[in-house]
Design a protein around this ligand. Sequence first.
Ligand code: URA
Length: 195
Amino acid sequence: MPHGGGMRKVRELLPDCRGCELWEDAEQVVPGEGPVRARMMLVGETPGDHEDKEGHVFVGPAGHLLDKALVEAGIDRSDVYLTNAVKHFRFERQGKRRIHKTPSAGQITACHPWLARELEIVKPELVVVMGSVAARSLLGTAFRVTKERGKRVELPGGRPAVATVHPSAVVRSDEFRRDFRRFVDDLRVAVDLLG
Ligand code: URA
C-alpha cells in the first residue's frame, strides 16, 4: 500500500497487492478510473468477468446499465471517478463459466486501504456508494442500503455520500422499470447535492 504518491503510484503498486488471495485466480487487478480531480466518486463492489478480462471497471452488463442510468441522471461518465471496494474478481467455476461471488468480509477489509487511498487522492465532494459491499467498506456493517438509500449520509470523517443499490441488482430485477427509475432517482439526489 502506498502511503505517499498519487494515483500513478497506486496503479503501479496495485498489481503486486497480496493483501488477500483473490489475485491468485483473477486475470488482473482492475484499478479505478476517472479524473483525479473528479467531484464525484462512484464505488461498486468488485470487477466482474468482463472487467477481469478487459482490465477496466464497469464494462460488462452492470456497466452498461450504469452508463444508461448516468446519462438519465445527467452525469457524464468521463467526469466521475469510478472504482470498486474490492479490486480483484471473486468467482467460482461452474464448468467453463466463472460465476461471481460476493467478496468476504475479510477481502473487503483487506482491500479497504486502496479505496481509502483513492479517496485521499481524489477528495471527491460526494461519494455514491453502490450496493452492500461498497457500503460495508465505507459505511460499516450496520449500514442498510435498502433503508438509507437516496439520501445524504456521511462517511466516517464527514465526507458526504449517497448510497444506492448496485447496478447488477437492477440488471437482475424482476421489476426492472421501477428499480431502474429508483436507481436513477438516487443518482439525481447525488447530482443535486453536488449543486
Ligand atoms: N460490478 C462492479 O461492482 N464493478 C465493476 O467494475 C463491474 C461490475
